[in-house]
Design a protein around this ligand. Structure first.
Ligand SMILES: Cc1cc2nc3c(=O)[nH]c(=O)nc-3n(C[C@H](O)[C@H](O)[C@H](O)COP(=O)(O)OP(=O)(O)OC[C@H]3O[C@@H](n4cnc5c(N)ncnc54)[C@H](O)[C@@H]3O)c2cc1C
Length: 408
């Protein structure tokens, strides 16, 4: 059944259990992870429903004009036959392959990919998940309830934005996270301080500068780092393949280990955390330095005070120097904390064993609540940093599917 507004309301495979529409697996989130997992589960013959607007985070939260940092080979979603890769999309839509990949192309690719799910995609958001033995009861945004034997949480990092304490008193317009700076043109002529030295901060700075904002980047580290600084190491044929995986997550050696999330999951937690942090430490893509050459970079300093004066913000840095700006763009990353997923009630999250906000996951991404699974960034503490990236969709989907038994 498809409603007039385009919302798919009920899959052909849906059956009724205890008065509710039932599916074997409910996947919450239709980003790269949820879409890939849904396609794999469907191919296994399971009755699956994927909830959410396809590619919403990429289409509405990331800055217009952004380029993907991940290489093309690490930017395909996953399907069992590898028939719906980025290249297949480009061939089907007669698009010239290009690198780095523009955001719009990636969003269009994801929306093309999602058609494999047909009526198993339901664009409504899930507002609550409750246990309903056996399985779960999901409440959707319009109040409809659905029953599922398994729930896979694939809702990304949207709610996990970090706003350092020093900026807490500023309004959302004055201190805005860089995931929310969708339209850089609204900052034309404005004085903007960008905080952070990672890809999101540096790319936002470049885009703001190109949109004629007056930008200064303030970064705690003593210097900016760039990904692929030792580019010759990537051009040594078979030797390079031994040093780096094609996903290109992490430095020499670590990159190879990270490509095997199952292996990473056996590494003791302390070492696993070190590997994870090293693999994703703040750095900008190699195509950014040139675009930032005219942008003021203040490295080795932090903001110790930020005070609003009407529409202006006065910043004091740890060296005592001062700035007056109109806006602060926070490229200060995110902190995974599943209790911030508002669709998971406390009764449920308190039973999920965690490592400081990340669920502790076993084989098949299962959490300590039977039938509840997590994929994507929330799985990175268990399976390593590949799960922060699109490249992890292949492992995640196959691992998940191989551990979910068919329920009928
Ligand atoms: C600025 C920026 C640049 C990045 N660049 C890259 C890159 O170049 N390459 C790369 O591999 N990774 C990149 N990443 C990381 C990227 O976020 C992940 O790779 C990717 O989005 C993970 O996919 P996902 O499906 O887990 O999450 P998302 O893409 O965030 O998808 C989760 C979806 O769940 C939906 N959702 C949330 N709550 C609900 C609900 N209650 N009901 C229904 N739906 C819900 C959201 O709308 C969202 O669309 C970047 C991240 C940022 C912030």
């Amino acid at each position: 059944m498809v409603r007039a507004n385009g919302v798919v309301a009920m899959s052909v495979k849906t059956r009724i259990v205890a008065g509710l529409a039932h599916c074997d697996v409910a996947v919450i989130g239709a980003g790269p992870y949820g879409l890939s997992a849904g396609v794999h589960l469907r191919a296994k013959g399971m009755a699956v429903r994927v909830f959410g607007e396809p590619m919403e985070f990429w289409a509405h939260k990331m800055p217009e004009g952004m380029l993907l940092r991940s290489p093309r080979v690490a930017s395909s979603l996953s399907d069992p036959d590898r028939a719906f890769t980025l290249e297949s999309y480009e061939a089907a839509s007669r698009k010239e392959p290009c690198a780095p990949l523009p955001l719009d192309t990636f969003v269009e690719y994801g929306r093309w990919f999602r058609h494999q799910l047909g009526s198993d995609l339901d664009q409504r958001a899930v507002v609550r998940v409750d246990r309903d033995q056996p399985g779960f009861r999901l409440t959707l945004q319009d109040g409809e309830e659905v029953h599922a034997t398994y729930v896979v949480v694939a809702t990304g990092i949207g709610p996990f934005k970090k706003k350092p304490a020093v900026f807490q008193n500023l309004s959302p317009q004055q201190a805005i996270h860089c995931y929310e700076v969708r339209n850089v043109r609204q900052y034309v002529g404005k004085r903007v301080a960008v905080i952070g030295g990672g890809q999101s901060a540096l790319e936002s700075a470049a885009l703001l500068h190109e949109a004629s904002a007056q930008v200064e980047v303030i970064v705690r580290e003593s210097h900016l780092r760039w990904i692929g600084q030792h580019s010759w190491l990537h051009h040594m044929g078979p030797i390079s393949s031994m040093l780096y995986s094609s996903h290109d997550v992490g430095p020499v050696g670590i990159s190879r280990l990270v490509a095997y999330p199952k292996l990473v999951s056996y590494v003791p937690l302390k070492l696993r955390d070190k590997i994870r942090k090293r693999a994703v430490r703040p750095a900008g893509a190699r195509w950014l330095p040139e675009r930032l050459s005219a942008v003021k970079i203040t490295a080795g300093h932090t903001v110790s005070q930020a005070t609003a004066f009407g529409d202006e913000v006065a910043l004091t840095l740890d060296d005592g120097s001062e700035r007056r700006v109109d806006h602060i763009v926070l490229g200060t990353g995110y902190r995974v904390d599943i209790s911030r997923y508002d669709f998971l009630p406390q009764e449920l999250t308190q039973d999920i064993k965690q490592f400081d906000g990340y669920p502790r996951l076993g084989s098949g991404f299962r959490s300590s609540v039977s039938g509840l699974h997590f994929i994507g960034a929330t799985a990175a503490r268990s399976f390593g940093p590949l799960l922060y990236f699109v490249a992890g969709t292949e492992f995640a989907s196959r691992e998940l599917v191989s551990h979910l038994p068919k329920t009928r």
